[in-house]
Design a binder for this molecule. Structure first.
Ligand code: A3P
Length: 293
């Protein structure tokens, strides 16, 4: 069956439901002009690349306590915040966003506030995003009514604002870091955090100038491990977003949290096409993605 969503309307429709006032252009303008604070940190991710995970890690590190933040990360997400809310936030602000590089607050970039950019292999991103869209609702229905196969053809050109797809989002950051070698930007990979959380969390602590002990890093890694974080999300946090937008009331922020679930979804032919596309996308890029561990 054909899907009655064209990809432009599809992605804009979702973003529209998220921004204060419902006017994307105006909201991006507002965000572009917010004033940076000395201790602002900005987490940038293409959707479904591990934003919740890194946000909690950063939040614990900066608090210097391995304790969950009772808030959900959306309380510090540029897409959701009005100017007043941004200004009223207490410091330090652990801001996070899926906005592409070209939409980031100018003042933060000019003042060189630290950026953490988390990337994930695009096959797992595609699968995770498919489930995300399936479980989001607009009105009474799911945002995305189609099958995985139909969705996958949308993913190739799904433009979340970068004027290109997933590849444009990640390579824009890569180019930015190359062109601005003195800019404090830390690229991380979901797969690396999964493979050795303590090693990667230590990297983040160093990047943020947070003093640490082995014990503290171990505690952060354990607390932020998938099962523990999922439980904390359900038991400690006030997840008003899921209550508002979950299609069938299902928890969709913490689904499986593994590397390589794409193998359960891609057919051989889909995988071949994806590999070809990936190779084309990444020619000229030095980013290295792991599709399994
Ligand atoms: P899956 O759908 O593959 O399970 P984001 O936070 O950017 O929306 O990304 C969500 C993805 O990260 C989901 O992937 C989610 O399960 C996974 N995730 C969230 N917390 C995690 C954790 N602590 N460890 C591993 N994966 C995690």
């Amino acid at each position: 069956p054909s899907v009655s969503v064209d990809d432009k309307k599809f992605s804009l429709g979702i973003i529209k439901t998220m921004v204060p006032g419902g006017n994307i252009v105006q909201h991006v303008q507002t965000i572009r002009n917010i004033i940076a604070r000395d201790d602002d940190v900005l987490i940038c991710t293409y959707p479904k690349s591990g934003t919740h995970w890194i946000w909690e890690i950063v939040s614990m590190l900066r608090k210097r306590k391995a304790e969950y933040d009772p808030r959900i990360k959306e309380t510090a997400m540029l897409e959701f915040l009005s100017k007043d809310q941004m200004e009223a936030m207490e410091s330090p602000r652990n801001l996070n966003t899926h906005f592409p590089l070209r939409m980031l607050p100018k003042d933060l970039l000019e003042k060189k506030r630290k950026i953490i950019h988390v990337m994930r292999n695009p096959k797992d991103v595609a699968v995770s995003l498919y489930h995300h869209f399936k479980s989001l609702k607009i009105g009474e229905g799911s945002v995305y009514p189609g099958t995985f196969s139909e969705y996958l053809s949308l993913f190739y050109s799904l433009d979340m604002g970068a004027k290109g797809g997933w590849n444009k989002y990640v390579t824009d950051f890569e180019k930015f870091a190359k062109d601005n070698p003195d800019y404090p930007i830390l690229p991380l990979y979901f797969e690396d955090i999964k493979e050795d959380p303590k090693r990667e969390i230590t990297k983040v602590a160093k990047f943020l100038d947070v003093p640490y002990t082995e014990e503290f890093i171990t505690a952060v890694a354990e607390r932020c491990d998938f099962e523990n974080l999922k439980k904390a999300h359900q038991e400690i946090k006030d997840d008003y977003i899921t209550r508002k937008v979950a299609h069938d009331g299902k928890q969709f922020m913490y689904r499986k949290g593994i590397v390589g679930d794409w193998k359960n979804w891609f057919t051989v032919a889909q995988n071949e096409l994806f590999d070809e596309t990936f190779e084309r996308w990444m020619s000229g890029s030095e980013l290295k993605f792991k599709f399994s561990l």
